[in-house]
Design a protein around this ligand. Sequence first.
Ligand code: SF4
Length: 246
Amino acid sequence: MHAYQLTEMVEAVGLASKLPLQGVTMERIENPELDRLALDHLANLYKIKDKREGIHLSTLVYCLTRSFFDQLAPVEPTDEEVMLFALGYGLQDVLTPTGAGKLVCIKDGITYSPDFLLKLNGSLGEIKTTRMSSKTLEDHLPETWIEYIMGGCYIREETSYNLMVLLMMGNYHPPFPKIHSETLVFEEQELQANWDYLLGRKEVYEEALSSNQPPQPFQWCKDWECKFCKYRLQCQAMEMVAKKEV
Ligand code: SF4
């Protein structure tokens, strides 16, 4: 590079750095079309609006009333739900260990697919992303995770399961986020008891489908599931009607 070119560049950079941003006139115009483009892309990419065939392990672990509505009278996911699912799936894709295998199994009419099979020993693995604090996770794991993982162990006739958690907010003090992994080990009797519990829920769900009557709202879910549920108004209305009829 010639000396005069270098001088010109230095001068140009110097000049640019002195430009007063306060003098820039910039309009900020909301662009909902671009939001929609991104949301539709994510919903299509991760098939968030598609109805799943068959009874999945997660269908039985989470609210049965919601599973019923999703199957027979689905409401479009909200934009917030699309973002939550897409973030979870996207991060799961990125975090899945290289070479990890995939698998789909069916037992007693229940479909199960672990997030990954570890390359080293073929053991099962689950990836979770959460905004929960790492301190909360240290104290206890969510019941739904445990029921699902135990169901997976039962189906695969394994007693241990690898869990990898991306704590997006760490412990809510910098630095965050954080990865936490652990291997969960169960007794065979515990796995059997959990499976019996899941089969009981399957009966309720199948009965609801065949009678076209949703399982009673607020009876087949964990409390936290209702908080941001898209069927909440529907469930509250059903509950009010049921109370009037008593
Ligand atoms: S509001 Fe609660 S009971 Fe109703 S579908 Fe949602 S999670 Fe289930």
